[in-house]
Design a protein around this ligand. Structure first.
Ligand SMILES: Cc1cc2nc3c(=O)[nH]c(=O)nc-3n(C[C@H](O)[C@H](O)[C@H](O)COP(=O)(O)O)c2cc1C
Ligand SMILES: *[C@@H]1O[C@H](CO)[C@@H](O)[C@H](O)[C@H]1NC(C)=O
Ligand SMILES: *[C@@H]1O[C@H](CO)[C@@H](O)[C@H](O)[C@H]1NC(C)=O
Ligand SMILES: *[C@@H]1O[C@H](CO)[C@@H](O)[C@H](O)[C@H]1NC(C)=O
Length: 485
């Protein structure tokens, strides 16, 4: 954007001499008062130039205090979202011009990431603004969810602001342009990978990754894996990370998917497709496979997921999606709307899920924290709960283009104050939490419980019988255990 900013100013310089040289030739300038008009024009150019300087710096407060709130109040939530995507897609969006501090660096899957702040799925559903978003300083940009077929999603309105709560409720229902359109868009910015450039991330920027979040057709059976498999086949060569959702809470169908065997089948199917894609592209590059879970899972469900993840080839877990619960703290009248709640009120739920999951998952598998992060302190809290990286969505919606930079700056200050680095905080949290893993209680279902009870009862009966038998036979003990003399 540096070039853009300069060209905007340069345009101003060129404009003024032209004005003076041929004042009469321009129709909008009356010969009677050329000086005054010229001044106006100059003032306009200068203020536009200043505006441009502020606008193009994602760090400037203009985004947090002026542009984003104005957008929010002037337009309905979905329209302001669409406008933001369009501006970022146009290449005219602001830019984080700052170099990330050394303290923020981390290693993820053996690659250096420049900072730990990512953008969560759902903002750029169709991969229109990948570069504009990377320009804002995110180290992880996740597009999607993308469904195989184009689908419109739920009827509007389907996004609701709860500003007093720092929250959103959405029931978008996964509107998507579909695989084919999004694939064309990604292909336009990147050509299929050749063996010689396997080291370049598909984000095309060292230190950042592009993740693709895969969805399902609305009409697909809940436990069918074909949509995810086709997503892997379609986007595997264009993504550093593929994200699949095992998240929908409180949907009867989902409960089915989240039972161990169904989840195992899903992960095995997706993994087979992933490897096929990697070998077909003659590249050693294998996109990482990450699952995203809901914050509404019970502890036994989380332990189930952990045990499947340990046995499958999953590279990471995003904790978490939106919640269907409605904490009593909510004040905005939109709190009654149906859908997933995101933002500040989600944070305790997500942190709780993270704290259950972290000790159950091998330290080598990173967890990615997502839910209600809006400050550097929030991000640090996640690191201390064992998250290697964080993602934001709602706070980005509220604060605008500068949210990522601000969180990074705040985080950097906190880390400096504690005399540590992000990586150190994560490492010690993960080591601490993985040291004494609590053995996962084996969840026992009601019917299994009764089976076990039957066995115990039968064993007791048998024991009694044997005792009686041994008393009668006078041997004293039937089990071969030496009798004390
Ligand atoms: C409007 C909106 C749309 C979303 N769409 C998706 C989506 O398509 N796929 C997905 O996995 N998550 C989606 N999410 C969930 C976010 O990725 C994220 O997990 C959640 O909002 C929690 O983070 P936050 O509190 O920082 O917003 C959406 C969230 C919002 C608010
Ligand atoms: C996520 O999974 C659940 C359960 O399979 C499903 O209902 C929901 O539509 C999925 N989301 C997407 C984007 O496919
Ligand atoms: C989803 O849509 C795609 C594209 O039409 C189709 O090939 C696929 O079979 C559908 N998936 C399911 C599970 O119906
Ligand atoms: C996330 O959660 C919402 C409800 O909280 C649900 O509708 C959706 O299917 C879940 N999955 C994804 C990928 O967003």
């Amino acid at each position: 954007m540096l070039t853009l900013r300069h060209s905007a100013l340069r345009a101003g310089h060129v404009f003024q001499p032209t004005l003076r040289a041929r004042p009469v030739s321009t129709s909008w300038q009356t010969p009677q008062n050329p000086l005054k008009k010229g001044l106006y024009a100059t003032a306009f150019v200068i203020s536009a130039g200043l505006f441009a300087v502020y606008y193009f710096d994602s760090r400037s407060a203009i985004h947090r205090y002026i542009i984003t709130p104005t957008l929010r109040y002037a337009l309905d939530p979905e329209a302001s979202h669409r406008l933001a995507v369009r501006v970022l897609a146009s290449g005219l969006g602001p830019r984080d011009t700052q170099v990330d501090d050394e303290r923020l660096k981390l290693e993820l899957w053996g690659t250096q990431m420049s900072n730990p702040v990512g953008l969560a799925a759902g903002f750029d559903k169709n991969g229109e603004a990948v570069d504009g978003l990377l320009d804002l300083g995110f180290s992880w940009v996740e597009i999607g969810s993308i469904t195989p077929k184009p689908q419109p999603g739920n009827p509007r309105p389907r996004v609701f602001h709860l500003p007093e709560d720092g929250a959103l409720i959405n029931r978008y229902g996964f509107p998507s342009d579909g695989h084919a359109s999004v694939l064309l868009r990604l292909r336009a910015r990147i050509s299929p990978f050749q063996p010689e450039n396997v080291d370049v991330p598909t984000s095309l920027r060292p230190g950042s990754v592009l993740a693709v979040n895969l969805g399902k057709n609305k009409t697909s059976p809940v436990d069918s894996i074909t949509d995810f498999v086709s997503g892997v086949e379609t986007f595997g060569p264009y993504a550093d990370v593929l994200v699949i959702n095992v998240s929908s809470p409180n949907t009867p169908g989902l409960r089915g998917l989240q039972t161990r065997s169904a989840l195992t089948d899903l992960l095995n199917g997706v993994n087979a497709a992933r490897k096929k894609v990697a070998s077909a592209s003659h590249a050693t590059r294998l996109p990482k496979l990450v699952v995203k879970i809901a914050p509404d899972l019970s502890e036994p469900e989380l332990l189930d997921i952990a045990s499947v993840i340990k046995e499958s080839e999953v590279d990471g877990v995003i904790v978490s999606n939106t919640t269907v619960s409605r904490p009593s703290s909510l004040v905005n009248s939109n709190k009654g709307e149906q859908g997933g709640l995101s933002g500040k009120p989600l944070k305790p739920y997500t942190l709780a899920a993270l704290r259950v999951l972290r000790p159950q998952i091998p330290a080598s598998i990173p967890l990615i924290g997502c839910g209600g992060i809006s400050t550097g302190a929030d991000a640090l809290e996640y690191a201390k709960a064992g998250a290697s990286l964080v993602q934001i969505y709602t706070s980005f919606g509220y604060d605008g283009a500068g949210a990522c930079r601000r969180i990074k700056d705040e985080l950097n200050d906190l880390l400096a104050k504690e005399g540590t680095t992000w990586q150190e905080v994560v490492n010690s949290a993960v080591n601490e939490l993985s040291r004494k893993p609590v053995p996962p209680p084996i969840p026992v279902k009601a019917e299994e419980l009764s089976d076990v009870q039957v066995l115990i009862n039968e064993a007791k009966e048998l024991g009694k019988l044997l005792d009686q038998l041994s008393e009668r036979s006078g041997s004293g003990n039937t089990m071969g255990v030496p009798t004390p003399l």
